[in-house]
Design a protein around this ligand. Sequence first.
Ligand SMILES: *Cc1c(COP(=O)(O)O)cnc(C)c1O
Length: 386
Amino acid sequence: MPLKKKYKGMSTTCTHVGRIIDEQFGGSISPIYMGTSYEYIDKDKDRYPRYSSTPNQEYLSKKIASLEETEEALILGSGMAAISSSLMAFLSSGDHIVVQNDIYGGTRSLIEKYFNNFGIEYSFTKGLLVSDFEREIRKNTKAIYIETPSNPLLKIVDISDIANLSKSHSLVSYIDNTFATPIIQKPHKLGIDIVIHSATKYFGGHSDICAGAVASSKEKIDKIWSFSKKFGGSLSDYTAWLLERSMKTLTVRFYEQQKNAKILSSFLNDSSSIEKVHFPGIENNEFYAIACKQMDGFGAVISFELKKNISPKEFLTSLELINPSMSFAGVESTMLSPAETSHQLLSKKERIEQGIVDNLIRFSVGIEDPEDLIEDINLAIHKCKK
Ligand SMILES: *Cc1c(COP(=O)(O)O)cnc(C)c1O
């Protein structure tokens, strides 16, 4: 039976909302509809995969809208499909957008490399305070884009302040909510218009799905959809089905990863081999107070700087359990060097300016037993010191 009552709990939402009822056989999970052709006579919906309107795409979007507490959501083929479609739906030639300075590299290069071609102007902020955003607003500014917590230093922007600033200038506000997830941060409730996700990360959670999502009002989703169905970055029904399965365990995974991250951040903070830990959940972190104000947790990504006498490459290759690998948010813990990967295209000077030092390591904490993760790090440090 479909749910008649509206349940509030996020775990219940993750498990049940958006399930397609298998009326034919009474199976307990959503069937997969792989069809690309659907009847149209006397039907109220034009179903087609590129239109994100097949049964699996449509139903999964209900789960995401429900978690973000928005009217609607749209599932797309990747986080970048969600980002590009959402931006292009509201920006035209002659418009200007204010963008947070440290955002996901792919988003940054979309803006820097291609916006000029479309006549769209942009400014990256100098800092993260609301005044840093306000300073960049021009006569033709149409939108503000933030990403908090940011990658890889977990810096935090005051979401309500940005929402208020946007409203007072009638701008469209965007947030990339990938790092926090709606489990601990609901930006639409704080006044942000458009909430974007790389579902490749925590929503998928098993490092085997590439997908994206955007959640907003019906009016805004309609506009984004009208662009995305022409842009063509749709998600396959098989992947939508896999993503639905993954999202059933989102709260369980995320809470466990977050609990481990708290333990690991204390361990790293106390370690004499670590120079500095960047994690909003540590009380002396500069973003602790604002994180407490707008988040229901601190997330599961930590960045830390190794002491200068430890080579980052040697450290990463000395780990046994924790994989040195790209991307993040899977149930397996991973680490990477931002200077060698996500930020390698920047000059050394630009990296230092952004705080991406060579000995910085980004740690995506998984669901392993925290004692084993601690032992793995200790053994790797020990090997490097010899
Ligand atoms: C990975 C990521 C993206 C891009 O998502 P894809 O699914 O790889 O397209 C965007 N924003 C953030 C914060 C990310 O971590």
